[in-house]
Design a binder for this molecule. Structure first.
Ligand code: IPE
Ligand code: IPE
Ligand code: MG
Length: 227
């Protein structure tokens, strides 16, 4: 493959480091999450000038319920606010919202907001997939059960039941905050994805850093086990 022409179609980001961003500034954690939401907003806005087809964002893991109740509730309120304030902009910019994860167990009003947003953005030409109450191991077990109901479990039949079944293959997985782990995110999908671990806390992430990450990706040599 000619590395210089390699273009990423699907990038996923583990948006980590909001808490540390706030702590460094002696600010409340919630403010770190708030600045994190602003980083998301800027990034989604920047998509209209890029040729990326899909951006998948890890917003709330199935393990994040272990956090103190007030932090979980702050995060859920920010999600409500974000959907309400940004939905029109999604529609105008041709962004299709997709949710991966078991989001139907969230509060009824949030499920309603999300379902409405999904329906209203259904014709968008690029996808922003937000992972909510998402855990990759749970996703794989669910897909395996559904595949078994259909017949034989094969890589293809299982993949058809992953939340990501309608997305392009994952090209690049980015994690901010300096942690070097996947934290139960896209384990199956990352089989041959390129990975990038950045020493930047999520609220400091910018569209320029995404564009720089895409350049880094373009220069990587992918082999898929060949030579
Ligand atoms: C990521 O930031 C946001 C969520 C997990 C919801 P963190 O809250 O994990 O920030 P750190 O890792 O404690 O700095
Ligand atoms: C991963 O970050 C989940 C999200 C970014 C939503 P965590 O902060 O929850 O991950 P760990 O606990 O450090 O592995
Ligand atoms: Mg974290």
């Amino acid at each position: 493959m000619n590395a210089s022409t390699q273009r990423a179609r699907h990038v996923a980001i583990i948006m980590d480091g909001n808490g540390r961003w706030a702590k460094k500034r002696h600010l409340p954690r919630a403010l770190g999450h708030q600045r994190g939401v602003e980083a998301v907003r800027k990034l989604v806005r920047s998509l209209k000038n890029s040729d990326l087809e899909c951006l998948t964002l890890y917003a709330f893991s199935s393990e994040n319920w272990k956090r103190p109740e007030d932090e979980v509730s702050d995060l859920m309120n920010m999600l409500r606010k974000f959907i309400r304030s940004d939905l029109e902009e999604f529609v105008e910019n041709g962004v299709r919202l997709k949710i991966i994860g078991d989001y139907k167990v969230l509060a009824d009003d949030i499920v309603e907001l999300l379902d409405d947003a999904i329906a209203r953005t259904a014709h968008g030409t690029r996808t922003v997939a937000v992972a909510l109450n998402y855990g990759s191991q749970q996703e794989i077990v669910r897909a395996a059960k559904l595949a078994a109901e259909d017949g034989a479990i094969t890589e293809q039949s299982l993949e058809r039941h992953l939340f990501t079944h309608d997305l392009p293959p994952l090209d690049l997985l980015i994690r901010t905050s300096g942690e070097v782990r996947l934290s139960n995110f896209l384990l199956w999908q990352a089989a041959y994805a390129e990975m990038l671990f950045l020493d930047v806390l999520w609220p400091d992430f910018t569209p320029e850093l995404l564009s720089h990450s895409l350049d880094t990706f373009a220069a990587r040599e992918r082999r898929y086990g060949g030579r």
